[in-house]
Design a protein. Structure first.
Length: 509
C-alpha cells in the first residue's frame, strides 16, 4: 500500500502541463535520434544529456524516461524498415521485422513493435514499483562462473541451436570472438592483436561492428544486385497501423513470453538487452518450427513481438536495479547514473529516502511515457513505413551517410570509418556464402564478458575447473543448454530421415 500511495503522489507530480511536456519532448527526441543508424537509444541519452542541465531534476529525469523508451522504439524503426537497427538490442526483432516490411507489412511490423514495447515496459514498470529491492537482490547470486555460463549459453543457443547450420553459426561466432579480443587484455592489461596501432588499444567498438555489419553490409549487398533488380522499385506497404484479430492473437503469446524472458536480465549486469532479445527470438523460432506452416524467414510476426517485448522489459527492470542498488546493468543505465551525479544524487537504497519525490515521479513517468509513445507511434506507423517508398539508390545512399556520421560522432576517429567499411565488406561476404550475422554480433558483445568472467572464476578457485559446475545456476543453465542441443539434434535427424524416406518413395514411384 505504501508503494501505491507513493506512486499516486508521483503521478500527481508528473501530470502537470510542464512535466507532461518534457515527457512528450523526450519521447519525440528519443525516437528521432534512435531512428538514425549508428546512434541508438544509449547515444540518444548521451547526446541529449546537456539539453537537460537547465531543467530542475524532476523535469530532467522524466524527460530522460521519454528519451530512453523513445530511443528503444526508434532503434526498431530503422531496423524494421531499413535492416539497420539503431542499436544492437534491436537486431533480433529486425530479422523478421525487415522481412515483414519487404512483404508489404511494414506498418504491421511497426505496430507489433510498438505494442510489444508497451506491454514489456508496463509489466516491467509494475514489477519495479513493487519489487525493485527483491529483484535487485537476485543479481548478487551471480558470480564469475554464473556469468560465464550465461555467456556460453547465449553463444551456443544462438550459433548452434537457432542457426540453420550449426557449423556456419559456430564459424560466424568464431569471427565475432576474434574481433572481440582486439585491444587491451582485461586481466593482465597486455595489448594484443592491434598491429601496432595505438587507436586499437581500446578494442573495436560494438557500434562500429553493428553498423558495418548491418548498414554497410546491406548497402554492399544491394549494390551487388544492381542490374538484376529494379533500382527504382517501390516496396508497397499497406497502411493500417493496427493488427487484425488474428495477428493480435498470434503475437500475444510471444509478447508475454518475451516479457518473461527479458524481466530478469535487467538486474543482471550483462551489458543490456542483447541476450534476452536473442533468446526470445530463438524461443519463438523453435516454437514456430513445430507449426504446420512455419513463418520464420518469411516475416513472422512472433519474431518481432517476442524480442521487442523482451528488450523493453529488460530496460524497465534495469532502471529498477539502477534506482534500488545504484547498479548500472546496461550502457544506457550507466549514462543515466552519470546524469544522477550531475545533480548531486547517488542512486541506491538511500535515494528512496533522500529524494522520494524524484524517485516516484520518475517511476510514474515510465507508465506515462509508455502510453505517450503508444499514442504517438501507432498513428505514425504508416508514415514511418513511407520511408520504404524512397527509391533504393537514394535510400541506401542516405543510410550510408547517416551510418558514417553516426559512427564518426561517437568517437571522431577516421580509423573507425575504415574498420566499419572493412566490416561491411566482411558482412557482404558472409551474406554471399550463407553465414549468419547474429552469432558474430553476439560474439563481439559477449566475448569480453565471457573471457573476463572465465579468468576470474579460475583465479578465485585457484585453477579448479569444477567451479564452473558448482552452483545450482550454472548446473541449470548447462542442463537446459544440453537438453536444447539434444532436442534440436533429434529434430534434425528426424527431418533428414523423413526427407530421405520421401525421396526414396518418389524414386520408387
Amino acid at each position: 500500500m505504501d508503494s501505491l500511495t507513493n506512486l499516486g503522489e508521483g503521478f500527481l507530480t508528473i501530470l502537470t502541463p510542464e512535466n507532461m511536456l518534457w515527457v512528450v519532448v523526450g519521447a519525440l527526441l528519443g525516437t528521432a535520434v534512435g531512428v538514425l543508424p549508428g546512434l541508438g537509444s544509449a547515444m540518444a541519452v548521451a547526446l541529449l544529456l546537456p539539453v537537460t542541465f537547465s531543467l530542475d531534476p524532476i523535469g530532467a529525469f522524466v524527460m530522460f524516461a521519454g528519451i530512453l523508451f523513445g530511443g528503444l522504439f526508434g532503434d526498431s524503426i530503422s531496423g524494421i524498415l531499413m535492416n539497420t537497427p539503431g542499436n544492437s538490442t534491436a537486431i533480433a526483432g529486425s530479422i523478421e521485422g525487415h522481412k515483414m516490411a519487404l512483404s508489404g507489412r511494414a506498418a504491421q511490423a511497426l505496430a507489433t513493435s510498438a505494442i510489444g514495447a508497451f506491454i514489456g515496459g508496463i509489466i516491467a514498470s509494475v514489477l519495479v514499483v513493487f519489487f525493485a529491492p527483491t529483484l535487485a537482490s537476485l543479481a548478487t547470486l551471480f558470480g564469475p562462473a554464473e556469468y560465464f555460463a550465461l555467456a556460453l549459453f547465449a553463444f551456443i543457443a544462438i550459433s548452434a541451436v537457432v542457426s540453420d547450420s550449426p557449423l556456419r553459426g559456430l564459424a560466424a561466432l568464431a569471427i565475432g570472438l576474434a574481433i572481440a579480443v582486439v585491444g587491451v587484455e582485461p586481466i593482465a592489461g597486455a595489448t594484443r592483436f592491434t598491429g601496432g596501432v595505438p587507436e586499437l588499444a581500446d578494442g573495436i567498438d560494438i557500434v562500429v561492428v553493428t553498423v558495418g555489419l548491418l548498414a554497410l553490409g546491406e548497402v554492399f549487398h544491394m549494390a551487388s544486385k544492381r542490374g538484376r533488380v529494379d533500382d527504382y522499385a517501390v516496396i508497397q506497404t499497406r497502411g493500417r497501423p493496427w493488427l487484425s484479430k488474428d495477428e493480435f492473437r498470434d503475437a500475444l503469446p510471444a509478447w508475454l513470453r518475451g516479457t518473461t524472458i527479458g524481466l530478469p536480465f535487467g538486474i543482471i549486469p550483462v551489458g543490456g538487452s542483447e541476450i534476452p532479445t536473442f533468446l526470445s527470438y530463438g524461443a519463438e523460432r523453435r516454437l514456430d518450427a513445430r507449426r504446420k506452416n512455419p513463418m520464420f524467414g518469411k516475416g513472422a510476426i512472433r519474431g518481432v513481438a517476442g524480442p521487442e517485448a523482451s528488450g523493453n522489459a529488460t530496460a524497465g527492470t534495469a532502471m529498477g536495479a539502477l534506482l534500488a542498488l545504484g547498479l548500472p546493468t546496461s550502457a544506457t543505465a550507466a549514462i543515466l547514473l552519470a546524469a544522477f551525479r550531475q545533480y548531486g544524487l547517488q542512486p541506491g537504497p538511500l535515494l528512496f529516502e533522500r529524494a522520494p519525490e524524484l524517485v516516484w515521479a520518475l517511476l510514474a513517468s515510465f507508465f506515462v511515457g509508455m502510453v505517450v509513445l503508444l499514442i504517438l507511434n501507432l498513428p505514425f506507423a504508416p508514415l514511418w513505413a513511407k520511408l520504404l517508398k524512397v527509391p533504393r539508390h537514394y535510400l541506401y545512399a542516405g543510410i550510408t551517410v547517416f551510418a558514417l556520421l553516426g559512427v564518426y560522432a561517437t568517437s571522431a576517429k577516421v580509423l573507425d570509418l575504415v574498420i566499419m567499411t572493412l566490416v561491411g565488406l566482411l558482412a557482404f561476404a558472409m551474406r554471399r556464402y550463407g553465414l549468419p550475422l547474429a552469432p558474430l554480433i553476439i560474439g563481439v558483445i559477449l566475448g569480453p564478458l565471457a573471457e573476463t568472467e572465465f579468468r576470474r572464476a579460475l583465479a578465485v578457485s585457484e585453477g579448479d575447473a569444477t567451479v564452473f559446475v558448482s552452483s545450482p545456476i550454472t548446473i541449470t543453465l548447462y542442463t537446459v543448454l544440453a537438453t536444447a542441443i539434444a532436442l534440436v539434434a533429434v529434430g534434425r535427424l528426424r527431418r533428414r530421415s523423413r526427407e530421405r524416406r520421401s525421396e526414396s518413395e518418389r524414386v520408387s514411384a
